[in-house]
Design a protein around this ligand. Structure first.
Ligand SMILES: Nc1ncnc2c1ncn2[C@@H]1O[C@H](COP(=O)(O)OP(=O)(O)OP(=O)(O)O)[C@@H](O)[C@H]1O
Ligand SMILES: [Mg+2]
Length: 325
């Protein structure tokens, strides 16, 4: 299998000066870094605007190469309840930070996914460990964060990237990947991405998988939702029960997920619809539907869509192999 790199990750800046736009935010963060005095922070704003990126940059600037040992990354929507979070924080905060910065950093993504109750508990956790840790909370809606947490944090508001910034990011990727792109295609991307740079990267990557010469038509094409026929093809490839079929199905899956806006939840619903229509033995169809239900649950519980759906394809391939032909 060929190595697959997601461009949104590949082009995630590692230094504060490489973060595009968000000047007001960068200036304040630089001040805190200079004084080596980090408050708890709340990063809020639309998706794909640099919140997680800046949190990671801060960790890298403070700890250098050792950053991973000093940083705990939590995703609120992935964690099963505040007890798990508290347990992890406690465990992590037990040992001292390595290096001369006296705090460890906890990055909590999607903090607005926590219930009010969980946020109260989080607030207590922040207080209990404030002598040894600093929290960076990230969220899309600060209004969903309870007042006592907001008041304990320095709040940073990220904005959707303006056109100029989006052009700069497109330019980086176009140069980095040796692409050719015309003005109309750039306008199409800006039109669809609406200031979300993750979307920009995903659109470019999806289009470039068709051709390195990118046109507006291609951008609009890749931005559309999964076409039922393509999902059906993916299912049939997996059902062939051969390793070649599985690999091709997996390639299709990767393509779907990198496409703009194609969420795992949407994809698995389409897989379900197509599975119902398949012309296979009844008992095999039942087995298939049962598997789809299981993976749908995992994705909704916060499992990584690419990993879960690849595992589902593997299950489908096994079922396909067992079908009498
Ligand atoms: N300001 C920026 N400068 C350069 N690249 C950016 C910027 N913002 C986002 N990106 C690109 O988009 C990707 C996703 O950004 P990031 O993870 O920081 O988004 P986010 O603001 O945390 O979004 P979400 O709310 O969905 O978690 C990054 O890996 C990077 O490629
Ligand atoms: Mg994020």
């Amino acid at each position: 299998m060929t190595e697959f790199v997601i461009w949104a990750e590949k082009y995630r800046p590692n230094r504060i000066d490489d973060l595009i736009d968000q000047e007001h935010v960068k200036e304040r963060v630089k001040m805190f870094l200079k004084e080596k005095n980090l408050p708890h922070m709340l990063f809020t704003g639309p998706p794909g605007t640099g919140k997680t990126t800046l949190a990671l940059i801060i960790a890298k600037e403070i700890y250098g190469e050792n950053w991973k040992a000093n940083v705990l990354e939590l995703n609120a929507s992935d964690e099963r309840g505040i007890d798990v979070i508290r347990g992890k924080v406690k465990e992590f905060a037990r040992t001292k930070a390595i290096g001369d910065f006296p705090f460890k950093i906890i990055i909590m993504d999607e903090a607005d996914a926590l219930t009010q109750e969980a946020q109260q508990a989080l607030r207590r956790t922040m207080e209990d460990f404030s002598s040894v840790t600093r929290f960076i909370l990230c969220c899309n809606y600060s209004s969903k964060i309870i007042e006592p947490i907001q008041s304990r944090c320095a709040v940073f508001r990220f904005k959707a990237l303006p056109e100029k910034a989006q052009r700069e990011f497109i330019d980086r990727i176009v140069k980095g990947e040796n692409l050719e792109i015309d003005e109309k295609a750039i306008e199409a991307i800006i039109n669809i991405a609406e200031g979300d740079l993750r979307k920009v990267a995903n659109l470019l990557q999806a289009a470039a998988s068709i051709s390195k010469k990118i046109t507006a038509d291609m951008i609009y094409e890749v931005a559309s939702l999964a076409k039922p026929k393509e999902v059906e093809e993916m299912l049939n490839l997996a059902l062939s029960g051969t390793i070649e079929g599985f690999n091709k199905a997996r390639e299709k899956l990767i393509y779907f997920i990198v496409k703009e806006g194609l969420a795992g939840e949407d994809l698995i619903k389409e897989i379900y619809r197509q599975a119902l229509k398949l012309n296979i033995q009844d008992d095999k169809k039942i087995e298939l539907i049962e598997k789809i239900g299981e993976y749908e649950f995992r994705i909704n519980e916060g499992g990584d869509a690419l990993i879960q759906l690849t595992a589902l394809l593997a299950q489908i391939a096994l079922i396909g192999k067992s079908i009498k032909k």
